[in-house]
Every structure is written in structure tokens, then in C-alpha cells.
Design a protein around this ligand. Structure first.
Ligand code: FES
Ligand code: FES
Length: 165
């Protein structure tokens, strides 16, 4: 067994884990982050995406020991208290989900995308999310939601820097 320490959704955890334990299983089975689904066994679908030190990663393609000392955000830690993240709100408002299985990963991948490219084109959104598969929506509303959230986030950045006055 190997000792790991990580901060998940703002809470610090230390555990003994088997070196072969996947991060997604650690998050779900030990820490109760069942909002992080498993959608495949080939690292293809992106459903299990989380943020590791701010970068989106497929948590089924990492071992828990590789996340030692990292800061992880799952979909369960993305909201600010009772206030949804703009991407969560935009997915809701633009009907960007049906079964919802892909949604946690899609939202977290989009957080990373907008961090690196706050003003993406539609094509850039599609490219940025190509590692995340959705079997229901046809992607149109997902792309709309991400573009709408990007606009909202840019708007609030302008207001908070005083440039909107
Ligand atoms: S469950 Fe991780 S990529 Fe599908
Ligand atoms: S909403 Fe069902 S897989 Fe995307």
C-alpha cells in the first residue's frame, strides 16, 4: 500500500491505496465522488474527466498515486456554495444534456478549455471537447452552452476589473 494525500473539492484527504488503484475508483469508491462517472474501459469517452491542478484529465487513465499532492476538482466541487458555475448554468439553460452521463466530464473539460481560450470560436469549442463523447445530444446545444458561458465569464471579468463602468 502507498500513502497518498490530495485535496479534493477543497477537502484534504490522506489514504493508503494500492498502487494499481485508478484515480476514478479512488474518487468514487473511497471519497464518494460518484458524480464522476465511468463511461468506458478504453479511456475514450471523457465521462470521468476531473481537474487536476486546474488541467482536465481523464481520471480513469491515471493512478491515484499519480495524483499524490495534487488538487482535484470534481463536478461535486465546481459550484461556489449554492451558486452554480457559469458552465453548469449554461448547460442547464441551453438544454445541453439528455441522459447527463457525459455532462460532468463535458463541463469540466469546458472549464479547462475556457481557461486557455476565453473567447473560442464554435470550431475551437468542438475541437477542445473532442475527447468527450456524448451519445445523446448531437453536441449542438453543448457548443451553444459553452459559447454562452464563455461570454458570461468574459463579461464578469470585465465588470470585476472595472472596465465595464
Ligand atoms: S471512463 Fe474515463 S475516458 Fe471513459
Ligand atoms: S447527455 Fe447522454 S451521453 Fe451526453
Amino acid at each position: 500500500m502507498t500513502r497518498v494525500t490530495m485535496v479534493v473539492d477543497g477537502v484534504s484527504y490522506t489514504d493508503e491505496v494500492e498502487p494499481r488503484l485508478l484515480l476514478v475508483h479512488y474518487l468514487r469508491d473511497r471519497l464518494g465522488r460518484v458524480g464522476t462517472p465511468i463511461g468506458c474501459d478504453t479511456s475514450n469517452c471523457g465521462a470521468c474527466t476531473v481537474l487536476l491542478d486546474g488541467e482536465s484529465v481523464k481520471s480513469c487513465s491515471l493512478l491515484a498515486v499519480q495524483a499524490d499532492r495534487a488538487e482535484i476538482t470534481t463536478i461535486q466541487g465546481l459550484a461556489d456554495g449554492s451558486e452554480w458555475h457559469p458552465l453548469q448554468r449554461a448547460f442547464h439553460e441551453h438544454h445541453a444534456l439528455q441522459c447527463g452521463y457525459c455532462t460532468p466530464g463535458m463541463v469540466l473539460a469546458a472549464v479547462d478549455l475556457l481557461k486557455h481560450n476565453p473567447d473560442p470560436t464554435e470550431d475551437e469549442v468542438r475541437q477542445g471537447l473532442e475527447g468527450n463523447l456524448c451519445r445523446c445530444t448531437g453536441y449542438v446545444n453543448i457548443v451553444r452552452a459553452v459559447l454562452a458561458a464563455a461570454e458570461e465569464i468574459r463579461g464578469s471579468a470585465v465588470v470585476s476589473s472595472g472596465m465595464g463602468e
